[in-house]
Write a protein that binds this ligand. Structure first.
Ligand code: SAM
Length: 237
C-alpha cells in the first residue's frame, strides 16, 4: 500500500479526516522527505508505513486534542523535518504556522518541501527556542505551541511556554513516558504559569503508545525565563 492508502485506512479508525486535498499534499511530503533524507539526515523513519503512521497519523492526532480556529497562530518548536508543524499547516490552511528549529539545513529542506506541497501558511525560523522566546516578535504571540521529540517536559516547558499567549495551549506530543514526565514537571509548571489541561492517550497501529499533553498557559512568565541554554541544561526546573 502507498503512504496515503495506509494513512487513510488507519486514520478512519481514529476519527481523523484526511481530505483529498490534504492527501495530495502529504503524498508530495512523503516523496520529498525521502529525497531530502538521501542528502541530509532528516528522519530515521523512511519506509512508507512508518511515514504514514509514525509521522503523518501521529501528527494528525493533534486534531483530537485541540481545536484550531481560523487565524490561530501555532509555533512548532524543534520542528526537525516538519513534525508536527508542517502536517498541521497542511491540514489547517487557515492557521498560521511558524516552524522553528536550531538546525538550518533541516529548515532548508522543510521550506523546500512546504513550497512544493503548496503550503503557504507556514514560515521557517532558524533560531534556538531560548533565544526566540525572549524576542518581542515571538514572545506570547501564539495561540498554540507544539513540540515532538525535543526534550523532557520540564525542560520543554521553558522552551515553549514563552511563546504562548495567556489562555493559549502548549501541545506536547509524547510517548509512553508522559505520566512520569508530568510528575517531574511540577516545579516547571508552577514557575512558568502552566497547568495540565488534559492528556489524550493513543495506541498507534503497531502498538506504540502516544500521549498528547495539553498545557494551558494561565499566567505570564517571569521575564528571566527562558534562561540561556547552558543554565537550562545545568539546572532544569
Ligand atoms: N519534531 C521533529 C520530529 O518529531 O520528528 C524533530 C525531532 S528531532 C529529534 C529534535 C529537533 O529539535 C532537532 O531538529 C533539533 O535541531 C531541534 N532542537 C533541539 N533543541 C532545540 C532548541 N533549543 N531550539 C530549537 N530547536 C531545537
Amino acid at each position: 500500500m502507498s503512504v496515503i492508502e495506509t494513512l487513510k485506512s488507519n486514520a478512519e479508525n481514529y476519527g481523523v479526516a484526511v481530505s483529498d486535498e490534504l492527501a495530495k499534499k502529504l503524498d508530495i511530503y512523503a516523496r520529498l522527505l525521502k529525497e531530502w533524507n538521501d542528502k541530509i539526515n532528516l528522519t530515521a523513519i523512511t519506509d512508507d508505513e512508518g511515514i504514514a503512521v509514525k509521522h503523518f497519523l501521529d501528527c494528525l492526532l493533534v486534531s483530537k486534542a485541540s481545536d484550531f480556529r481560523k487565524g490561530d497562530r501555532v509555533i512548532d518548536v524543534g520542528t526537525g523535518a516538519g513534525f508536527p508543524g508542517l502536517v498541521i499547516a497542511a491540514a489547517y490552511p487557515d492557521v498560521k504556522v511558524t516552524l522553528l528549529d536550531s538546525t538550518g539545513k533541516k529548515l532548508k529542506a522543510v521550506a523546500d518541501i512546504a513550497e512544493k506541497m503548496g503550503v503557504t501558511n507556514a514560515t521557517v525560523v532558524h533560531m534556538r527556542a531560548e533565544e526566540a522566546g525572549k524576542k518581542p516578535e515571538f514572545r506570547e504571540k501564539y495561540d498554540f505551541a507544539t513540540a515532538r521529540a525535543v526534550a523532557e517536559l520540564r525542560v520543554l516547558l521553558e522552551y515553549t511556554l514563552p511563546f504562548v499567549k495567556v489562555g493559549g495551549t502548549f501541545l506536547s506530543l509524547k510517548g509512553a513516558s508522559a505520566v512520569d514526565e508530568i510528575d517531574g514537571a511540577k516545579v516547571s509548571l508552577k514557575t512558568l504559569g502552566g497547568k495540565i489541561d488534559g492528556v489524550n492517550e493513543f495506541v498507534l497501529p503497531g502498538g506504540d503508545k502516544r500521549a498528547i499533553i495539553n498545557v494551558k498557559k494561565i499566567s505570564h512568565i517571569p521575564s528571566k525565563f527562558p534562561r540561556v541554554s547552558a543554565q537550562i541544561a545545568k539546572k532544569p526546573l
